[in-house]
Ligand binder design. Structure first.
Ligand SMILES: Cc1ncc(COP(=O)(O)O)c(C=O)c1O
Length: 387
């Protein structure tokens, strides 16, 4: 568990490191954008995968009861929720599940509700499937984002919303929704019969407050799809494995048929092995990781306060993605991006990718060794202290 160890990720087929020119970025930029971590995976997971490889047979595979029990126990221990085996449908990623849900719950040209600024595939899965996005934008008050519940309800009424995509905890603004906020969401959705897909992929990274799994709302669970995955938590994104829980039997059947229609039916063996090992044996590693990440967040917070007070950190309640407000510089998004890429030689995610309300913001991934983070922050300081 040496999170300080710097590992060279170049020439490893890494989306983050190896495809800069495909993304129109200069080769010399240091990538701190996409949400994977620069840390070595936990040994218990690697051991389980090695064991499978050494056995030498990697034929068609299917998730069994033990696979489910590992997830069940994790969710019971960490979120006090009772998941049922029959609700589970694994998919090759949460985004794949979001797209599937959009297809089965809405029709072409329907509106789907999201809360911008939000993880940009929320918009893509809607628009790519010929539906329309309507955003009830989060409002920023005293460095803290909130849902505008009046607007949320009005948009549901006005656009005849049948599906809401909830990001919980929220990427990129780092909110961990409170019980009170979730109560309000549920009550409004109940009133207008709105189905909710709850993307809880970041739920293992909560720094303050408490994550509430949306399936805690038992009397509304027939209108909820829960999306989970071990991939953010254990840095397994390349394995493309996620676990979707759908209590409503009719919706579950529709979801399953939609998956079959795409030609997808079986889980990949390495994803299966890694997911089970992670949930069975990864808790200790995760506990250490969380401590390390929290220190990284605290480091960025105090660095900015001291050296670059014009950049405001929206202090995260959850996730390892920091939402930085550059608006005080009075520069355009393009000017900020140019300075970050060409002068600081860093590649962050430009806030405008997360919707119009991301204007003037940048998203920074801090899941990397501290020394490298310190270097990156100094790069930012050298460029922005002049402005
Ligand atoms: C909110 C959210 N959902 C889903 C994903 C991606 O999930 P997957 O790789 O399983 O499609 C991410 C990755 O950053 C994310 O932040």
């Amino acid at each position: 568990m040496d999170f300080n160890k710097e590992i060279n990720r170049y020439n490893t087929n890494s989306l983050k490191y190896d495809f800069k020119s495909a993304n129109n970025k200069p080769e010399e930029v240091f990538p701190m954008w996409v949400a994977d971590m620069d840390f070595r995976c936990c040994d218990e997971i690697l051991d389980a995968m090695h064991k499978k490889i050494d056995y030498g047979i990697l034929g068609y595979s299917k998730n069994d009861e033990n696979y489910f029990l590992s997830i069940k126990k994790w969710y019971k221990n960490n979120f006090d929720i009772e998941l049922k085996q029959e609700w589970l449908i694994p998919t090759p990623g949460v985004v794949f599940a979001l797209a599937t849900a959009v297809k089965i719950i809405t029709k072409e040209n329907d509106y789907v509700l999201i809360n911008n600024p939000v993880y940009y595939p929320f918009t893509e899965v809607v628009e790519d499937n010929k539906r329309k996005v309507i955003s009830s934008n989060l409002i920023l008050k005293d460095n803290h984002y909130e849902i505008d519940f009046k607007d949320f309800e009005n948009k549901i009424k006005k656009y005849n919303i049948k599906l809401f995509l909830l990001c919980s905890p929220h990427n990129p603004v780092g909110r961990v929704w409170t019980r009170d906020e979730l109560d309000k969401i549920i009550n409004i959705c109940k009133k207008y019969n709105v189905f909710i897909v709850s993307d809880e992929i970041h739920s293992d990274f909560v720094w303050s407050g408490k994550h509430t799994c949306l399936l805690k709302y038992k009397d509304y669970m027939n209108n909820i799809i829960l999306c989970t995955a071990p991939t953010k938590t254990f840095n397994l994104s390349g394995l493309q494995i996620s676990n979707i829980f759908i209590p409503n039997v009719k919706i579950r059947e529709k979801f399953q048929i939609e998956l079959w229609n795409t030609g997808y039916s079986l889980i990949n063996i390495m994803g299966l092995i890694a997911c089970q090992a992670a949930y069975e044996k990864g808790q200790k590693w995760l506990n250490s990781l969380r401590k390390y990440l929290l220190k990284n967040i605290e480091y960025v917070d105090s660095f900015l306060k001291e050296k670059l007070p014009k950049i405001k950190l929206i202090y995260p309640e959850g996730t390892y993605l920091l939402w930085l407000d550059f608006n005080e510089f009075g520069l355009s998004d393009n000017e900020i991006e140019k300075l970050i890429i060409n002068d600081a030689k860093l590649w962050l995610d430009n806030g405008k990718m997360f919707g119009k309300t991301g204007k003037g913001f940048q998203r920074l991934n801090i899941a990397l060794p501290r020394k490298k983070l310190e270097w990156a922050m100094k790069q930012l300081e050298n460029v922005f202290k002049k402005y």
